[in-house]
Write a protein that binds this ligand. Structure first.
Ligand code: PSU
Ligand code: MN
Length: 312
């Protein structure tokens, strides 16, 4: 239905037409998730990592009321430079931004929607939104979880930041029928840290296994997504104590300042980054690169399965 509004870059459309592996990337992480100019440098490096692994990157965004799959370096620079002046676009914002011909940075939710519309199965990001701490009062639950419940895209992330209630996030995903996989681990990673104390549903050890799972998911006609959690490489992980302290402080300020709704996550992300200095930003960049490589390898493995028969 959204197809008349979709523009694919030449590279992305040629790749999809010829069955080459493609990886979707989001733009809220550029405009709202990192400071300029590291956001632009990272977005370009992530695209490069996807290419080096043999796949085509499709960074997704909304520009002038058009849905875009595949941005030019100039467009990425534009999203990075405008930063938080670009609207953060979730599902509820799509029709309005398109009707008004405006720009929007796509979250995990809208990136999944647009990727699926374009025919892209694999998507790499940093962290997903989830059930916020204190959600039993605030009811702040990210639309990302509802999108994972209904859109068949495999999302590779580094778990979720503990600005969220990780236990409730897992409960929500279970209710919605979304499998949560750990890549090389049985423990849910918590973005900057490899440990969270929570278990994933299944441990998976190869891109091929991920590709086979997604193929089976599609063959069954299942509608929701699959969440792959890929721990940050140990050499870039941060001490849990440092991160926990920064998160507690950021959450306190968020409540004191009455920050609400779509501003909550960008506020917490920016504050945690400030409080932990450059170290958390460096970790953030590395984990996104790591996820982009895994998503690209999985897209390649999926392509290699094409000829293989599934059980009847
Ligand atoms: N978590 C991060 N980095 C991010 C986001 C979340 O560690 O950049 C972004 C993603 O785009 C995600 C969105 O989809 O925030 C979730 O926002 P909300 O919690 O308002 O649904
Ligand atoms: Mn929210």
């Amino acid at each position: 239905m959204l197809k008349p509004y979709l523009d694919m870059s030449r590279e992305v459309s040629e790749a999809l037409n010829s069955g080459k592996p493609v990886v979707a990337l989001e733009s809220t992480i550029i405009s709202h998730g990192m400071p300029y100019p590291q956001n632009v440098e990272t977005a370009l490096r992530v695209e490069e990592a996807v290419r080096e692994a043999g796949a085509v990157p499709a960074t997704i965004a909304i520009i002038g009321g058009r849905l875009k799959a595949g941005l030019s370096p100039e467009e990425i620079e534009y999203f990075g430079k405008k930063g938080r002046d670009i609207a953060k676009a979730s599902r509820r914002d799509l029709a309005m931004l398109l009707a008004r011909g405006q720009d929007g940075a796509t979250t995990v939710t809208t990136t999944m929607m647009i990727a699926h519309m374009a025919g892209i199965r694999f998507f790499a990001t940093g962290g997903i939104g989830g059930v916020h701490r204190g959600a039993e009062i605030s009811m702040d639950i990210s639309a990302d979880l509802e999108e994972l419940a209904q859109t068949p895209v495999m999302v590779v992330c580094a778990g979720a930041k503990s600005i969220l209630d990780l236990g409730l996030t897992l409960e929500y995903l279970e209710t919605k029928g979304v499998p949560v996989l750990g890549f090389g681990t049985e423990e849910l990673p918590a973005f900057y840290c490899r440990e969270s104390g929570f278990s994933v549903d299944y441990r998976v050890d190869s891109p091929r296994e991920l590709a086979q799972l997604f193929k089976t998911h599609e063959a069954l006609g299942l509608t929701g997504g699959i969440l792959v959690t890929n721990p940050i490489p140990a050499e870039y992980a941060m001490p849990k104590g440092d991160i926990d302290r920064a998160i507690e402080q950021a959450l306190k300020e968020c409540t004191q300042q009455g920050v609400k709704g779509k501003e909550t996550t960008p506020f917490l992300l920016a504050r945690v980054a400030q409080l932990t200095g450059g170290e958390s930003l460096a970790s953030n960049i590395q984990l996104v690169l790591n996820n982009a490589r895994l998503a690209a390898q999985t897209a390649l493995a999926y392509g290699a399965l094409e000829g293989e028969k599934l059980p009847q």
